[in-house]
Ligand binder design. Structure first.
Ligand code: SF4
Length: 641
């Protein structure tokens, strides 16, 4: 593609439906409008749509669990086009967990059914006077009360009940469980039973609006701009997607990474005290063992040739969880396994089932449970508090704790039911000094399965992520994993900063399109992403323009955070990474160095063209990115509630 190609927009786009619905939950009014072609070109879809709408339409400083929050649901131009892994959707709101930009992305059948029903974006406002669910059934769009029929049910039961009501097993249903109803700040949304929009508490936002579920069913076709060329390109991508680039996800699922990250000392165990575990060395908690002993089936989302979802089944002879079936991901092997010092697979499966069905994010839930285990070991919480013991390696008591945490019951629910940050604050109020030290979160969002002690590049990448600790907002872990930089050193701050920025903006495009991060390796370059976009939408696109828009979208969501009160101190790993060192493995004796970390953080800000001291985008940078409307509007108004 030529660099100088004009980015003009055709009158009628393909791929996008350009249909926006505005749903006022308080009045029940539903309005349909057309999304401008220029808006589609500049904000691309998914994450970009969410970032622009939240900046433009959300009042700064509002309480995220109040009726003032708005919830944006969006897809990109690709669902149902046969582009691999394109049936995805995103949710965006001010996060009740972080008080900043909230976003969560899920797969399954929702993106495809919504596209067939003809919608691109839905904006929910206000609070329904009683529990309701929202239906998009082709051109039928309506709210229906569900206090008697669905409220109180688990996510799975809600999905099954609605599918029965519609006599259609293909109905795509996004539902919250009891955790979302009680507005737990770590509540998720479940769809297709095993797929979750988990991170940043979007389930709590649905609960705060009395919105129990959203259901989609559609029959409309999709047209692409250049069918023959797109078919050829998509076929090539499908061939690559069924080859070696994605084989580890197909063969072992994401738990394939347990062994490799353990070998590098990056697999967090015992709530990030260590980065290796002998249970992995002994092949007890590995992807290989999981698949040999427990996995019975693999499942794919709509339009996905990879099928990374590995379902494990507990035998009918098991005394506690007979016939239990759970969808197992590496993040949950970490959160309820390695982080809790727990090597009992059925316990991990049961905790996953509780999170998915009753509706909390399994990463936040498990990392909060790991915090509780460490606090128990340290004597900061006791058997008298909980009513039971909770040392490392707990099994039945870990399940009991998890259920109580999700449902908000007992000491576990009251203290830990909203994640690690609030748990620390609540315990400190009770006089349990320094309890927050054990909460492994960044900006309030619990950390994913990477231990930062020996990962200096990702320490920055994970900390600057606009939604809090996240490996899906910034893929800079690969810089440490693949040896692009010395992962124990603090050199080359600007060079690293540029690489971290590149990883972050690359993921921004993926989250705008929206496609699965597991397929990022099937594209030869960003130019191929631009080409696919053009073939589907008919909008002439270049790699340069696409990446500039990615930079603009990352900047705009950063500006959202600044407007909500973000400061440089928010871009910081947990203190534990600085004050404790691993006792074994490749990162033995290593902890992060504050001075070195700050040097790398400044390098990242510099690479971004932001003020090096404050980390705030300069007016020049905002102008360069076409974000002039932000200038003069960055002052916090309340914020971070
Ligand atoms: S790679 Fe996994 S999560 Fe992504 S679309 Fe395929 S099955 Fe779904």
């Amino acid at each position: 593609m030529s660099k100088s190609k004009e980015i003009t927009v055709p009158d009628k786009l393909k791929g996008y439906t350009q249909v926006r619905l505005d749903v006022d939950l308080a009045t029940g009014k539903i309005e349909e409008s057309v999304i401008d072609p220029e808006f589609c070109r500049d904000w691309i879809g998914g994450y970009g749509f969410g970032a622009k709408v939240l900046w433009d339409e959300l009042e700064p400083g509002i309480d995220p669990l109040s009726e003032d929050n708005i919830l944006v649901w969006a897809i990109g131009p690709f669902p149902t086009t046969i582009l691999p892994t394109s049936s995805k959707y995103g949710l965006f709101a001010k996060s009740p967990l972080t008080g900043m930009f909230g976003m969560s992305i899920s797969s399954g059948s929702v993106g495809a059914q919504a596209r067939r029903a003809g919608v691109n974006m839905i904006v929910f406002r206000g609070k329904a006077p009683e529990p309701v669910y929202f239906v998009v059934d082709d051109d039928d769009r309506y709210l229906k009360p569900c206090k008697e029929t669905l409220w109180g049910k688990g996510c799975w039961d809600t999905e099954e009940t609605l599918r029965e009501e519609f006599s259609d097993q293909r109905l795509a249903v996004m539902a919250i469980g009891p955790a979302g109803e009680r507005m737990s700040r770590i509540a998720c949304i479940t769809n297709d039973r095993n797929r979750q929009a988990g991170r940043t508490g979007m389930g709590a936002v649905m609960g705060s609006k009395n919105l129990k579920a959203i259901a989609f069913r559609g029959t409309k076709g999709t047209k692409v701009a250049k069918p023959a060329e797109f078919y050829k390109k998509a076929k090539k991508l499908l061939d690559v997607a069924t080859g070696s680039a994605t084989s580890k996800y197909r063969d072992l699922g994401t738990p394939a990474g347990l062994r490799s990250y353990n070998d590098l000392g990056m697999m967090p165990t015992y709530n990030h005290r260590e980065g290796t575990w002998e249970k992995i060395d002994d092949n007890l908690i590995t992807g290989e063992h999981l698949n040999e002993e427990w996995v019975v089936k693999t499942v794919a989302c709509t339009d996905c040739p990879i099928a990374c979802d590995h379902l494990a089944r507990v035998p009918k002879t098991h005394s506690d969880y007979p016939n239990l079936v759970s969808s197992v991901d590496i993040e949950l092997c970490y959160s309820f396994g390695t982080a809790c010092g727990n090597d009992d697979w059925p316990t991990i499966f049961k905790c996953i089932e509780l999170c998915d069905n009753l509706g909390i994010d399994g990463i936040s839930g498990g990392v909060t449970a790991a915090m509780a285990c460490e606090l128990f070991e340290e004597g900061l919480i006791t058997k008298k508090d909980l009513g039971y013991e909770l040392p490392w390696g707990s099994t039945k008591n870990l399940v009991r704790f998890t259920r109580e945490m999700i449902l908000g019951e007992g000491f576990a629910g009251e203290i830990f039911g909203d994640g690690t940050r609030l748990a620390g604050k609540r315990l400190e109020k009770l006089g349990r000094e320094n309890a927050s030290f054990y909460g492994m979160n960044i900006k309030g969002l619990e950390m994913p399965a990477f231990d930062l002690h020996g990962m200096t590049s990702f320490a920055v990448g994970e900390s600057v992520s606009i939604r809090g600790a996240c490996h899906l907002r910034n893929g800079a872990y690969s810089l440490d994993r693949d040896g692009k930089f010395d992962r124990f050193a603090y050199d080359k701050p600007l060079e690293r900063g540029k690489s971290i920025m590149g990883k972050e903006d690359g993921y921004t495009i993926i989250d705008c399109f929206i496609i699965c991060k597991f397929t990022r390796g099937i594209y030869e370059s960003d130019a191929e992403l631009a080409e696919v976009y053009e073939l589907v939408t008919g909008i002439p696109m270049t790699e340069e323009y696409l990446m500039k828009r990615a930079e603009a979208i990352t900047n705009l969501s950063k500006c959202f955070n600044i407007r909500e009160g973000w400061t440089r101190n928010d871009d910081h790993p947990p203190e534990k990474c600085f004050k404790t060192a691993h006792t074994k493995g490749p990162a033995k004796g290593v902890s992060l160095d504050e001075k070195g970390y700050q040097k790398l953080l400044t390098g990242y800000y510099k690479a971004r063209g932001w003020d090096e001291e404050t980390g705030i985008p300069t007016d020049e940078k905002l102008k360069e990115l076409g974000l002039d409307f932000v200038i003069g509007n960055l002052k916090p108004k309340g914020g971070k509630k």
